[in-house]
Ligand binder design. Structure first.
Ligand code: GBH
Length: 509
């Protein structure tokens, strides 16, 4: 029965796994990891001199925005439970742990003139513990939690913000360049800017209807590039690390074969992918032509005297172009794109993009309303990036699935297996993928969804004072994939007991 189900499933997802019995293995050097982000797991929001972040302010000012009322004040309490976190990583047998540093925890007002040693001590301990156990730290410098002090100065819309970020990056590189060899500058500029400044989905939740979201994009890209160039100039030779950026790279397919929707999907790809990819990863650099012309035209119609999309000077284009040793791909799902039939009365990113998204009716839904399973989309986005950007070197820095609470997360186990199978096919077809990161190591604060959408390989009991962590089925399935370096859709653990096993394959960077 189970075999029949698996076959059916393969048919449904359009994979050729049914008749194709070839066993595909992840190459020896392929790295497996798990991820988290500071605000989502650390808690201790004002402990030991930490400064306030925009997420602290956002959820404290408007508690009603968090659907279940559970915010990041305590979260998974990783600020105190980091030993257990590393133990979980050892149980999984991962090669690396991706976590982020909270900027206001180490520089309370954002500036390097006041360093919070107690905040740094937490990351010292975590990094030390990881290295002791042969797990590479992969550090994200910015995962959505700007110091509120800098937000009060305009945050990422302030032209000085790219310099603030470079100054912060310098402090962190100075402290950890000898220990950390994998760096992500910023996570998902589109979420930072479009969701944070152009809507109220994410902090600072400004919902501004003018140029701010685009100005933010420019400044975040410049901040990223300045941090990259700084590492390249000062640290690279001695420490030989790699610096990348994580972009939200979901896939966009046309809703049907109509010309109008072919145009709409082109817009979606250039606004959602090209806006960040072209400046860094194309030969010419700069924002995509389609985005430049579309926003310029809309801006004029809306009464702006200049385009809402700022220009990049030739110097800025050169600075940003090529500013990554690898591309971090955050891939969750696929959207089907139609030309919008909405009348947008106020200027907005959505009005410029002018496209409506839906998802396949037959795709399996996760707990998050935006998330449905379409593994073929991972294959397609890889092939698309290879073609458009000449086979970039990539690491999947996030992929994940949400469920309700509970340990028997068969849907997450299946989702990981199906997406990894799609990835193996993409690699067979030339994709330069060097690693995969499961989002997330453990349940955490899913931003405004609170704890109502669980992404963890490990469940966190948020009601228990000790925030007890327990392995889910998916943790054992992922461990088995890491151990065998292949995907067996039928493998099942004999129990949910998970134990540390010594690794025989050690990732080399
Ligand atoms: C990533 O974002 C983040 O990097 C990570 O922190 C997060 O926990 C993870 O994915 C899971 O979401 O309410 O319909 O407006 C993925 C992109 C951006 C998807 C915000 C959800 C809000 C959707 N996310 N978005 S909606």
């Amino acid at each position: 029965m189970r075999v029949v189900l698996v076959c059916l499933l393969n048919l449904l997802i359009g994979s050729d796994g049914w008749t194709d019995t070839k066993i595909r293995k992840f190459p020896k050097q392929f790295m497996f990891g798990a991820a988290s982000a500071a605000y989502q797991v650390e808690g201790a929001w004002d402990a030991d001199g930490k400064g306030e972040s925009i997420w602290d302010r956002f959820v404290h000012d408007s508690p009603e925005i968090v659907v279940d009322g559970i915010n990041g004040d305590v979260a998974s309490d990783s600020y105190h439970l980091w030993r257990r976190d590393v133990e979980m990583l050892r149980e999984l047998g991962v090669d690396f742990y991706r976590f982020s540093i909270s900027w206001p925890r180490v520089l309370p007002n954002g500036y390097p003139t006041s360093i919070n040693e107690a905040g740094f001590a937490y990351y010292d301990s975590l990094i030390e513990e990881l290295i002791t156990h042969g797990i590479h730290p992969m550090v994200t410098l910015y995962h959505f939690d700007l110091p509120q002090y800098l937000q009060d100065l305009g945050g990422w819309t302030n032209p000085l913000s790219s310099q603030w970020f470079e100054d912060y990056a310098r402090v962190v590189f100075d402290r950890y360049a000898d220990k950390v060899k994998l760096w992500i500058t910023v996570n998902q500029p589109n979420t930072i800017c479009i969701d944070g400044y152009g809507s109220n989905a994410m902090a600072p939740g400004l919902n501004l209807k003018s140029k701010e979201a685009y100005e933010c994009v420019k400044n975040v890209l410049l901040g990223h590039a300045k941090a990259y160039r700084l590492y390249e100039k000062v640290y690279k030779k001695k420490h030989d690390g790699n610096v990348g950026i994580s972009l939200a790279l979901n896939w966009f397919d046309p809703f049907d074969n109509s010309t109008i929707n072919a145009e709409a999907v082109e817009r979606a790809r250039e606004f959602e992918i090209g806006m960040y990819m072209r400046p860094i990863f194309s030969k010419t650099g700069d924002f995509p032509t389609l985005v430049k012309t579309t926003v310029a035209k809309k801006s004029q119609e809306q009464g702006f005297t200049t385009s809402k999309l700022p220009t990049l000077t030739p110097e800025e284009i050169t600075l940003i172009k090529g500013s990554a040793d690898f591309l971090g791909m955050n891939h969750y799902t696929t959207f089907l794109v139609k030309a919008s039939n909405k009348q947008h009365m106020t200027p907005s990113y959505a009005a410029d993009l002018h496209a409506d998204y839906s998802q396949g009716a037959q795709w399996k839904p996760a707990k998050s309303p935006w998330l449905k399973s379409a593994p073929y989309g991972l294959y397609k986005v890889c092939i698309y990036l290879n073609k458009e950007y000449d086979y970039p070197t990539m690491i999947i820095t996030e992929h994940g699935w949400s469920t309700a609470a509970g340990l028997g997360d068969q849907s997450r186990a299946d989702n990981i297996r199906q997406y990894l199978s799609a990835l193996l096919l993409a690699m067979e077809d030339g994709t330069e993928m060097r690693g995969y990161t499961a989002w997330s190591l453990m349940d955490n604060i899913e931003w405004t969804a609170g704890t109502s959408e669980r992404f963890g390989l490990y469940q966190v009991d948020f009601d228990s004072p000790t925030k007890e962590r327990t392995a889910r089925l998916s943790a054992l399935v992922y461990k088995n994939i890491i151990e065998t370096r292949e995907v067996d859709p039928q493998w099942e653990p004999s129990s949910l007991n998970i134990k540390i096993t010594s690794k025989n394959v050690k990732a080399e960077l």
